[in-house]
Design a binder for this molecule. Sequence first.
Ligand code: PSU
Ligand code: MN
Length: 305
Amino acid sequence: MNPHLQLHPEVQAALAENRAVVVMESTLISHGLPHPQNVEAAVQMETAVRQAGATPATVAIIQGKICVGLSEDQLEYVATRPAGTIYRCNRRNLPLVVARQEDGATTVAGTMIVAHLAGIEMFATGGIGGVHRHHPFDVSSDLTELGRTPVTVVSSGAKPFLDLPATGEVLETQGVLTVGVGTDDLAPFFSQPSGQSTDIRLDDLAEVANLIQTRRGLGLQSGTLVAVSVPDEHRYEYEVINETIKKAVREQDAQGIRGTAVTSWMVRHLVQAIGPDALYANILLLCNNATIAAQIGVKLAESRQ
Ligand code: PSU
Ligand code: MN
């Protein structure tokens, strides 16, 4: 195992016995959701993974150590770092944070790298990054990482305030197959239909597992993006949400908010505009994605026995 990794004993045991493990990101905890909902969401996701028969492993860098699986104290630590004291890590700054023994939360891209280093296939999160509206060169490294790291990201697709057609194009160029489960929407998040489709819809998780096995068997280094539909009662009409999003994007541009600040500003703004149910729906979809990731992981583990 890579010496920079610190595996939680439970994760180490699961991997040694070829049991299913699901990784989760920490940027959502440190930069995405407010406290204490961030801790609640992380704990609920871990519970969902366990209930589906897999072992959860939330990833974060604590004083330079890449932790795969966090204790309760470590989770609370990551969730309460003051703004500006914890990096948002992807491929670019992961070595910097490790070398300087600093704290870092991993984005989808960063978490994929760590999952692959640890030999873990399945990853559950909310929405992935993509191409930003009006800023075609602001392309999230989540997309390029999906093109070069063989990990399966189970998500609610791309974040709905992105340029979804452009995001779909980049995923295609990167060689990333997008698979809908219970949907064929590339960005179900909490609103459908977005008008942008996944490459294929597969509601049978055994078929998804088979697809992942085949990609691995071919030795391809790209990942797979799974988009999961949102529980019905928490679904908004995309047409309606998109009007709110368009206004928010204009305001964000006018205020000059760019780069790593974009997502947290937008999530805060949308929760304010749509109401607290948006936050609740966000947590619910995270748990739903965690369950599906674990179920696929269990199927993969069964086929390895
Ligand atoms: N979705 C959310 N909140 C977030 C993120 C996604 O609802 O905080 C994070 C994820 O970690 C994702 C990252 O990988 O935003 C993408 O950011 P960027 O566009 O800066 O690459
Ligand atoms: Mn970006």
